[in-house]
Design a protein around this ligand. Structure first.
Ligand code: T4K
Length: 398
């Protein structure tokens, strides 16, 4: 039951609205019997990794669904970005947004590249093509775009800029499985894209990812780099890593893929309900997916005034709604990137306003209504809520 006054909120000592936590990123699970059957088959075969039959089948299904010539399934998207960037022979600086998951800059830094953070468009949360154009310099080796929340605004402009300057273009498509951009499957944009099949993603394999490309030579290099550089049993062609997906993850991925349409339908239903229930709540804007493209609706993201954001988040978390401030405070203000950090006013302003809400198969329509009722109450008394919570130290940690 949602409180009907501020005093009834859990953050002020009332009963939480939810008895169990509602997560951003609860796994969407495929059919359990199918997963167990596939894992049983793998155990019977005694073939658990190294491009086994489930890996092959999953890889081919992903390839078909994403509309590209080559799919190289990997252990996770972070290592997928590393393999792709290495295979593209990038060296030096890469332009990328700061408003992304830390895995994006970490992936390239870990292999010796230097991320140069570029501003986003505050409406779309994706790289601002004009800012990218201004940031290109003599040391720029490539561009890494991110289809944040599965939206690809500006991606075709990035393609034009990359072509004009002869720069490789890699897309972090971790959020964008099954999406299109300007009517094209996202995986066909740029030189290569990398999707994630992490447990928290629309299609999950526990851990997993895939490099997607139409470039035959790049695909061959990625395949080899995924597997220690082996060209044949006894020959190593290049420096490489181990980025293979195991058969157990592939089993989860296959069952999850079977259910993909159903997952998207529930995500869409939840998203539309959030939009409807929050439409007239002052100060709340739900990001939109109304660009005419296909979306997986896997992220429900709202923007609220920065002054109230953390009080709202605390309020939700106390009610067992584990909303997140993805991706606060921007990668340029995190750990290893702080030393070089330049102010990024647009990224900082957006990251101060954003709240990501729970969705996915674990969220019913009633759950969505419950979350929206808390937001409505909190926003109706935003000033008082913020004032009352300001005195206390907020721990909005992980
Ligand atoms: N690029 C972008 C733009 C990304 O968003 C990501 C990953 C990557 C690259 C890298 O992809 P991978 O290398 O992971 O394939 C989570 C995920 O771990 C991460 O994969 C994801 N983005 C990011 C957006 O979310 P955390 O640190 O926020 O995870 P954590 O542990 O706080 O979990 C999130 C919520 O999900 C929690 O409320 C608990 C819940 N959860 C999580 C797991 C793993 C479950 O209910 N069950 C689970 O099994 O990063």
């Amino acid at each position: 039951m949602t409180a009907d006054s501020l005093d009834g909120l859990a953050v002020f000592g009332g009963e939480p609205a939810f008895t169990e936590p509602r997560h951003v990123g609860r796994p969407n699970l495929g059919d359990r019997a199918r997963v167990l059957e596939l894992i049983g088959d793998a155990m019977d075969r005694g073939w658990l990794s190294n491009e086994g039959p489930l890996h092959q089948e999953f890889q081919e299904c992903v390839r078909e669904l994403t509309g590209v010539r080559h799919c190289i399934v990997v252990a996770n998207a972070t290592v997928g970005l590393q393999v792709a960037a290495k295979a593209m022979e990038l060296e030096g600086e890469v332009l990328m947004p700061s408003f992304t998951f830390i895995g994006t800059p970490h992936a390239v830094s870990w292999i010796g590249l230097r991320p140069v953070f570029v501003e986003i468009d505050p409406r779309t949360h994706t790289l601002d093509p004009a800012a990218v154009r201004r940031a290109i310099g003599p040391r720029t080796a490539g561009i890494v775009g991110v289809h944040l929340w599965g939206r690809s605004s500006g991606a075709t402009e990035l393609e034009a800029i990359a072509a004009e300057h002869g720069l490789p273009l890699l897309f972090d498509a971790a959020h964008a499985f099954g999406c299109t951009a300007a009517g094209r499957p996202v995986a066909t944009l740029g030189d290569a894209s990398v999707v994630s099949f992490h447990a928290t993603k629309v299609v999950g394999a526990g851990e997993g990812g895939a490099i997607l490309t139409d470039d035959d030579e790049l695909a061959t290099r990625c395949r080899r780099m995924r597997n220690f550089g082996f060209v044949d049993f006894d020959t190593i062609g290049s420096l490489a890593t181990n980025a293979k997906m195991n058969e157990l993850s592939a089993a989860m991925g296959l069952a999850s893929l079977d259910a993909f349409d159903g997952f998207v339908a529930v995500n869409r239903r939840n998203y539309e309900r959030y939009v409807d229930r929050l439409r007239d709540v002052p100060g709340v804007e739900v990001i939109d997916y109304a660009d005419g493209d296909v979306h997986n609706f896997h992220y429900v993201v709202i923007e609220v005034p920065a002054a109230v954001r953390d009080a709202l988040l605390r309020t939700l978390q106390a009610e067992q709604v584990l909303a997140r401030r993805y991706f606060y405070p921007g990668c340029h203000r995190q750990g290893p990137y702080l030393a070089d950090a330049e102010p990024m006013p647009i990224t900082e302003a957006v990251s101060d306003r954003v709240v990501t809400l729970p969705t996915g198969m674990a969220m019913s329509e009633e759950d969505v209504d419950g979350v929206c009722a808390i937001i409505r109450l909190a926003m109706a008394h935003a000033d008082e809520l913020t004032r009352r919570l300001a005195a206390e130290t907020a721990d909005l940690g992980r």
